[in-house]
Design a protein around this ligand. Structure first.
Ligand code: KG4
Ligand code: ZN
Length: 358
């Protein structure tokens, strides 16, 4: 049986956002006029560190243990109670389905108990719309979404309206960072560790492949680069000398930067041909990387368009982006029924290949 959610409230409603799709438990309160009243994120890094990656069952259990307290904290920091909310938004996918269910059920329960509208948010749309929360930029813009599970170039034409220009044909770029960190024994999570190690490294020491560079279109591939890193590391003495690890990290990061710059440049050209020249926006956890940001900024400048990267803490997983996506949908009168289910896969673009990483 479907339980109908009440209609949305007009104006700058306060939306409670909940995010539990991977290894961050997060809750936030955001207003429809772009004010972030609170944004609480609890990382599970410690719980997953012994395994060198996210363990789905551990993640789901950890979300259950802390989510109620985190929501209470987000409301307290915002200085509001459930009665002040205009809606509840929770990530409904894509992601680790056990974790998604925890946040989704909690969000729906609050909405049901408080007779509030509910919005089930696509996690990727949360990343995609963050630049509108932070900078209020108008549609359309070209989004480079780079995270642990995703690597895509999308034209964001409106809320819920995306046109995909490129995607990875194998691994996501964040995954390549995480695998490289593992090979270099740099610890978990891998992206920030590789970036840190690269600071002391020589990016020219190892001539690593740049998959897809110069190819038509805007697709990505990282598996060949990952294999090349494994071969290079295999040829060095073990345990690795700190300088060797730093040089591999820097060479890897330089290869990724070249690929992202090339692909984003081509997509900017294609987006201009399809619609009009448009800003380049970067989102997702990998967008926290300063070297990559700098390269993308250059690409945008070369194409004569603005470059936008949300502040670091809004690039990695958080609930402010989920609350904001909720605000955007609410403003358009989009809400979801309370029997909405979780989705492990949920591509933003309906033309996405079946079986491709969401
Ligand atoms: O968006 P996100 O927080 O979670 C999802 O995958 O949805 O992205 C996490 C990914 C991980 O692969 C992590 O290693 C990567 O983003 N990452 C970075 C950096 N910070 C996080 N990669 C490169 N450089 C960083 N500074
Ligand atoms: Zn994410």
């Amino acid at each position: 049986m479907s339980i109908a959610a009440p209609p949305p409230l007009p104006g700058a409603a306060l939306v409670l956002g909940i995010e539990t799709s991977c290894d961050e438990t997060a809750a936030a309160v955001v207003a429809g006029d772009r004010r972030i009243l609170s944004n609480v994120v609890l990382s599970q890094d410690e719980a997953h560190r012994p395994y060198g990656g996210v363990v789905p069952e551990i993640a789901a259990r950890a979300h259950v243990e802390v989510l109620d307290r985190l929501i209470a904290q987000a409301l307290a920091e915002a200085g509001v109670g459930f009665g002040d909310l205009g809606a509840v938004a929770a990530t409904a996918g894509p992601g680790l389905v056990g974790g998604v269910m925890v946040g989704l059920m909690t969000g729906k329960a609050i909405a049901a108990a408080r007779h509030l509208p509910f919005i089930g948010v696509n996690h990727l749309e949360g990343h995609a719309l963050t630049a509108r929360l932070t900078d209020g930029i108008p549609f359309p813009y070209l989004l480079l979404l780079v995270s642990g599970g995703h690597c895509q170039l999308l034209v964001v034409e409106g809320v819920g309206r995306f046109r995909r220009l490129g995607t990875t044909i194998d691994d996501a770029v964040g995954e390549a960072f995480d695998k490289t960190a593992k090979l270099l024994d740099l610890g978990f999570p891998g992206g920030p560790a590789v970036e840190r190690a690269a600071l002391a490294g020589n990016p020219k020491r190892f001539d690593l492949p740049r998959p897809m560079l110069g190819r038509p279109g805007s697709d990505f591939s990282f598996s060949g680069l990952k294999t090349a890193v494994r071969q290079v590391v295999g040829g060095l003495g073990w345990p690795l000398a700190a300088q060797d690890a730093a040089d591999v990290a820097a060479s890897f990061q330089a290869a990724v930067a070249d690929v992202l710059a090339d692909r984003a440049g081509r997509a900017l050209k294609e987006a201009a041909r399809l619609l009009a020249p448009m800003p380049l926006v970067v989102a997702g956890g990998v967008a926290a990387n300063r070297t990559l940001r700098a390269r993308l900024e250059e690409v945008a400048a070369r194409h004569g368009v603005a470059f936008l990267a949300p502040p670091l803490k809004l690039c990695t997983d958080n609930a402010a982006m989920i609350a904001w996506a909720g605000c955007e949908h609410l403003a358009l009168g989009h809400t979801d029924p309370l029997d909405l289910g979780p989705r492990a896969r949920w591509p933003l673009d309906p033309t996405a290949r079946a079986g491709a990483k969401a």
